[in-house]
Ligand binder design. Structure first.
Ligand code: PMV
Length: 345
């Protein structure tokens, strides 16, 4: 899958990854430093909004240099990438600094900046640049350390992230992502980008706060284990109404747990609720449309391909919806021979 055979690592390595949308969500860590989750989760990798990341080793440099969409990164974003590169260097037994150039295709201001695609691409490019030979499972464990949900973007299609068991290295080894089998399924994901809503709390902080203070968190985590089993069965059957119903229930349960935190974490805006209302109305009209939402006000609607245009038009007609994007299940992370700027290496 990620053979380095044809890649000349001296010229740097480019990797491309796509975001994923969880159908059974990840919300809460049992170990912060290793990014071990409380619950298992299951997602679909999208075919839109790719992140392309180029990593070149810079043996003469004394610090890492990081650019995001052409601008030099600083502050927390740069620190997070540096910490991740430190981890890769520790694993590889190397010391050289790196130049990281990352370009994200998400429309600016859409509030969909996905750390999942970003860290999946960075993990693949950095592992190859530092000549760490990792299989898909090991790469997913590495990506997990950058951002939990990134471990799922290592693979295409439908992907389960196993919570794993125990802490420390036992937990680390057992908490990985892998593709799950699916029956015939003609799924489209309609991404409805709404108004920015209230100020975004980073997911890392919000999940910590939910686990620590929400009386509903344990109930959601328990229900999630059942949701995961039922989701696997529904995927194997290719049963879209069941997949949608489980995904919607799991997502709204996660948001309910956040709303019950003290003080509440509220990501859903009036615009998000307007999309949820429209999805209910579509369903009342016999369209198998189901909604999910991550740590933000945007809503993703699952529906059969045959109904995608109708769902997209319905979402587009909502005042609070700024833009609508259609996605299908997409590929896992891959190395490529081109530099994100386009010049062949
Ligand atoms: O990977 P993180 O730490 O940004 O967390 C992502 C959490 C959700 O997107 C809300 C759910 C999920 O499973 O992707």
């Amino acid at each position: 899958m990620l053979s380095q055979g044809s890649v000349d690592v001296r010229a740097g390595v480019t990797a491309v990854a796509h975001p994923n949308i969880a159908l059974v969500k990840y919300w809460g860590k049992r170990d912060e430093s290793l990014a071990l989750p409380v619950t298992g989760s299951l997602s679909v990798t999208l075919d839109i909004f790719a992140t392309t990341t180029h990593v070149t080793l810079a043996p003469q440099a004394s610090t890492d240099m990081i650019t995001l969409n052409g601008d030099t990164a600083g502050g927390a974003a740069a620190e997070r990438v540096q910490a991740f590169l430190d981890l890769v260097r520790r694993l590889a037994g190397r010391r050289e600094r790196a130049v990281v150039e990352s370009v994200n295709q998400v429309p600016t201001g859409a509030g969909l900046a996905s750390s999942a695609a970003g860290f999946a691409a960075l993990a693949a490019a950095a592992a190859a640049a530092y000549e760490l030979d990792l299989d898909g499972r090991a790469l997913s464990r590495l990506a997990r350390r950058g951002s939990g949900s990134a471990c799922r973007s290592v693979f295409g299609g439908f992907v389960q992230w196993h919570a794993g068991s125990g802490d420390g290295s036992a937990g680390d080894v057992s908490s990985f992502a892998e593709p799950v089998p699916v029956g015939p399924l003609d799924l489209v994901l309609v991404v409805a980008v709404t108004d920015a809503g209230s100020k975004k709390v980073p997911s890392r902080e919000a999940m910590r706060h939910t686990v620590a203070t929400s009386p509903l968190y344990r109930a959601w985590a328990q229900a999630s284990a059942t949701d995961l089993e039922r989701m696997r069965d529904a995927l194997a059957r290719g049963d879209l109404p069941a997949i949608g119903a489980i995904a919607e229930g799991n997502a709204l349960g996660m948001h309910a747990a956040m709303l019950a935190a003290r003080p509440a974490v509220r990501y859903l805006s009036a615009g998000s609720l307007a999309v949820l209302d429209a999805v209910d109305a579509l369903r009342a009209d016999n369209v198998a449309a189901y909604a999910t939402a991550d740590a933000g006000p945007n809503v993703v609607v699952l529906c059969p391909r045959a109904d995608a245009d109708r769902v997209a038009e319905t979402a587009d007609a909502i005042d609070a919806v700024r833009s609508v994007h259609l996605a299908r299940p997409g590929p896992g992370v891959r190395l490529q021979s081109e530099h994100p700027g386009g010049d062949e290496r």
